[in-house]
Design a protein around this ligand. Structure first.
Ligand code: SF4
Ligand code: SF4
Length: 221
């Protein structure tokens, strides 16, 4: 029926408006009302009603699925060496709608074979429209969407073309901003590894059985 959507919207607005007062009354008389903790709670993302946030001194936390400019994930091994997850496959650059990613590949100077890790990786953050396609399509979980939205600067050319150094962040950072996504991806990877190990063990057992059978036949003849 026409108009139901408008009524629903008005109802949400009305509830929001009323909660502005009821939420304040709920806190009145409590010792924590003017404390830092009280103010933070009344201005957190879970607070109800309409309230003002004194940005940039105050900032509301963003939800896990919030996405801004992408970043590249790297891992550090036991010896302290950094390893990019990126393999320079170029899928992210291909799917990026405004074509704001470009990758600089390299090759081994001796073998002349391509090296998986890119020598550089650029994103023009003024062109990026935060769609998240690059992160969605990356087969190696190497590019993820960041929560950092404070990118303003006076210099568009020097500051807003992010290179690999500026884009790279450790996997621990990714786990801290997107814990649910990280846990889910790690569980999938662990399940895949277990499946591969199981298949390899079955193959090895079959090969051993074949070798044993052919050994027995040779001994009989
Ligand atoms: S970030 Fe992912 S999709 Fe893009 S080049 Fe690297 S591995 Fe490929
Ligand atoms: S978020 Fe979208 S626009 Fe930005 S780099 Fe990724 S694919 Fe391109």
């Amino acid at each position: 029926m026409y108009g139901i959507g408008i009524l629903k919207g008005l109802w949400v607005t009305l509830v929001h408006f009323v909660e502005t007062f009821t939420e304040d009354f709920r806190w009145i008389g409590k010792k924590r009302y003017y404390s830092e903790e009280g103010v933070a709670a009344r201005r957190s993302k879970d607070a109800k009603g309409i309230f003002t946030v004194q940005y940039p001194e105050e900032k509301l936390p963003v939800p896990e699925e919030f996405r801004f400019i992408p970043f590249l994930v790297y891992e550090v091994d036991e010896e302290g060496n950094k390893h990019d997850r990126c393999t320079s496959c170029g899928i992210c650059a291909k799917v990026c709608p405004p074509q704001c990613i470009w990758i600089v590949r390299t090759e081994d100077p001796v073998t002349k074979r391509p090296v998986p890790e890119p020598v550089d990786f650029f994103i023009d953050v003024d062109i990026c429209m935060n769609c998240g396609y690059c992160a969605e399509y990356c087969p190696f979980d190497a590019i993820k969407m960041d929560h950092d939205y404070e990118l303003a600067s006076y210099d568009r050319h020097a500051e807003h073309i992010y290179n690999k150094e500026k884009l790279s962040k450790p996997v621990e950072y990714y786990a801290s901003i997107r814990p649910a996504n990280y846990t889910r991806e790690e569980a999938i990877k662990a399940a895949e590894e277990a499946k591969k190990a199981e298949a390899a063990a079955a193959k090895a057992a079959a090969a051993a059985a074949t070798a044993q059978a052919s050994g027995g036949e040779q001994a009989a003849s």
